[in-house]
Design a protein around this ligand. Structure first.
Ligand SMILES: [Zn+2]
Length: 386
């Protein structure tokens, strides 16, 4: 992909728009719409109540046949670029020789640029089935846009069954990933002057008991091997992380409140409610009743697409991949597969360089991904000559 190609020009425009999850994604959505709006293209903007965030559903070509066609799905947000170690401006596409460097270059504006370029090249009136772009918001903070889309998608949003989620997989075809279950434990004490602890009850000492029990549960989970564990050779079990602890107001006050944020990563096919119950029973054994609550904050479900799904078979054939691939990070695919869609992760770049300073996408992978996506669209949307 040379510097003057449409894909690179689009990528340059997209990375210049700061779409960190804490900001509105409407400027990026506007840029995409401006490029694609033309006869034969249907654009739906599904905005949040405050209008700051939008899911974009863009259909190139005819609405039918039911389930036919292809979805290219990507998230519009990125993680922040606050790391001082950046050696170039993260919001300016930088030519690094064999790579393009920028925040979002691989996660996942490189894929977005490919999708927009492809959608811009296809002639809508020549397609037998639609190419659909589904661009979501707030994936990086818990797949919130995809969840909102799944919760509100009506009949008019009946999508093609084949969905490519353009996460950076180094062009591997990934049909499984772990989920991410977020819980919050709230511990209630009674405030008192620390000179009179007898008049209070420490929420932080209670949190200590809770954390010891959770540490034990994490070790139990690490010793288990749920179904499908062999797909995750490095970490073949459910992880439990105590990510943050917030509590107390001053060193001379018995703390009234402590909050602990927990994250668990279930394997494909595992149900979240059972995991919540295990956390709850570990806490019940460690804490007196009545002084604490456990709530579910968010669930990004795991992904398990059958290896017989046509999209998986076709992409494996196109890329020459044999066998199954899985990742340990969650994606919009887990949410969208709940709508009965066949979601497969496939995109240029490596997850290892995402979320890091000097994030990049290899030029060769970007170009190869473009060819493969064009092949896929030709197969699924059947552009006719003429
Ligand atoms: Zn991503």
């Amino acid at each position: 992909v040379d510097a003057a190609s449409p894909t690179v020009e689009i990528l340059r425009e997209l990375v210049a728009i700061d779409s960190t999850s804490r900001r509105a994604n409407t400027p990026l959505a506007d840029a995409v719409c401006n490029r694609l709006d033309r006869p034969g293209v249907a654009i739906e903007r599904h905005a949040t109540a405050d209008g700051a965030k939008v899911n974009l559903l863009i259909r190139i070509g005819p609405a039918g046949p039911p389930g036919g066609g292809l979805v290219l799905c990507g998230h519009t947000d990125t993680v922040p670029a606050d790391e001082p170690a950046w050696t170039s401006d993260p919001f300016r596409l930088t030519d690094g020789g064999d790579r393009w460097v920028a925040r979002g270059a691989c996660d996942m504006k490189g894929f977005l640029a490919l999708a927009v370029a492809l959608a811009g090249e296809l002639a809508p009136q020549r397609l037998a089935a639609p190419l659909v772009l589904l661009l979501t918001h707030d994936e990086e903070v818990g797949c919130l846009g995809a969840q909102r889309f799944a919760a509100t998608a009506g009949r008019e949003a009946m999508l093609p069954r084949a969905v490519v989620i353009g996460e950076p997989t180094g062009l591997a075809v990934v049909r499984m990933h772990k989920g991410h279950l977020r819980l919050r434990l709230l511990l209630h004490g009674r405030a008192a002057h620390s000179g009179f602890p007898n008049r209070g009850r420490s929420a932080i000492f209670a949190a200590g008991h809770a954390l010891a029990a959770l540490d034990e549960l994490a070790a139990q989970l690490a010793a288990e091997r749920p179904a499908g564990h062999h797909h995750f050779p490095e970490v073949p079990y459910v992880t439990l992380n105590a990510g943050t602890v917030h509590g107390g107001t001053a060193v001379n006050v018995v703390p009234e409140l402590c909050a602990v944020e927990l994250g668990l990563r279930p394997l494909p096919g595992m149900a979240a409610p059972q995991l919540v119950e295990r956390v709850r029973s570990a806490l019940e054994a460690a804490l007196p009743a009545g002084n604490w609550e456990l709530e579910q904050v968010n669930l990004s479900p795991p992904l398990l697409t059958p290896d017989t799904a046509p999209l998986h078979r076709d992409l494996c054939r196109l890329t020459g991949q044999r066998g199954d691939r899985a990742t340990s990070f969650a994606s919009d695919g887990g949410v969208l597969s709940g709508l009965g869609l066949d979601c497969v992760l496939f995109g240029p770049g490596a997850i290892e360089v995402a979320h890091r300073p000097d994030e990049f996408v290899p030029k060769a992978e970007l170009a190869r991904a473009g060819e493969l996506l064009a092949d896929l669209a030709a197969r699924y949307c059947r552009e006719e000559a003429g």
